[in-house]
Design a binder for this molecule. Structure first.
Ligand code: BTN
Length: 279
């Protein structure tokens, strides 16, 4: 294993020439440290920043994960950034945003690190069964152009096991841990920006067939027996059978899950929820 770790900071000077997009990352802001790139991006969206603005930070002191969790964000090792979408797609296609984001990241990592990333619906990036990264979508309606969506992305790149707190050691991983080498974060960002732009455009254009096939080929949730935790402290168990036209997870409920319902649905469509892979 290569133990030489490149902990040099990101620089806008190195990143700018690698941005070859039309609108995503124009502008791109880079901070040495922020509380949270999502929180900063929400503020920018409320002031009317352009569609596609990106906020990157080399370290987050209050990185936000899903379900109110903290996102571990040590300095100079990983990737933490947020994309501001001030022209969101049709409401019915909102669920595709995290899925398209996952595809773009998985493809980037396959190309740059030659590792197969699997996607746990809707927001998790896994290497084998360990978490490599996550996606947190937030939205605001306080901006001058109505609703804006903030897509926050955290990917563990060059951190090693010693950099994870004890509670994450067994469940989290990084590219460096898996590949035994470090990676150029500027190159990863440049490539992922291009892929995000191209996949987001497909959602706007309602061109969902490539997204659908690309997502299901990487989705480790499909075919699994899952528990879905829904709003209001309820949950559902069943087999995840497919991804629907609007990016929703289709679950065939187990009998016990629908025992109390008078009309037993053959498939339940889930738009948001926390999924646990049971077996
Ligand atoms: C998850 O819990 O899986 C989602 C994690 C999302 C973390 C990223 S890091 C960049 C952006 N800013 C934040 O505060 N959170 C997201």
């Amino acid at each position: 294993m290569d133990n030489s770790v490149d902990f040099s900071p990101l620089s806008l000077e190195s990143l700018q020439p690698l941005i070859s997009t039309k609108w995503l990352g124009r502008p791109a802001f880079l901070f040495k440290q922020l509380k949270s790139t999502n929180s900063h991006a929400l503020g920018l969206a409320e002031k009317g920043t352009p569609h596609g603005t990106v906020v990157v930070a080399d370290c987050q002191t209050a990185g936000k994960g899903r379900l109110g969790r903290e996102w571990h964000s040590p300095a100079n090792m990983n990737i933490y950034f947020s994309v501001v979408l001030t022209q969101p797609p049709a409401f019915s296609f909102f669920s595709w945003i995290p899925l398209a984001t996952g595809i773009a990241i998985a493809e980037t990592i396959e190309e740059i690190a030659n590792l197969n990333v699997s996607l746990k619906w809707p927001n998790d990036l896994l290497l084998d069964t360990k978490k490599l990264g996550g996606i947190l979508c937030e939205s605001t309606t306080k901006g001058p152009n109505g609703r804006a969506i903030i897509v926050g992305i955290g990917i563990n790149i060059n951190c090693r096991e010693i950099h994870f707190p004890q509670e994450l050691k067994a469940i989290a991983t990084s590219l460096a841990v898996q590949a035994g080498q470090t990676f150029d974060r500027h190159a990863l960002l440049g490539t992922v920006f291009s892929k995000l732009e191209s996949y987001y455009e497909r959602i706007w254009d309602s061109d969902l067939s490539t997204l659908h096939s690309s997502y299901i080929s990487r989705c480790s949730t499909l075919g699994r027996h899952v528990q879905v935790r829904l709003a209001g402290n309820t949950h559902l168990e069943g087999v995840a059978s497919n991804i629907g036209h609007e990016g929703e997870l289709l679950v065939i409920p187990s009998n016990s899950s629908v025992a109390s319902m008078s009309h037993k649905p053959s498939t339940i469509s889930i738009r948001a929820g926390d999924v646990i892979h049971l077996r």
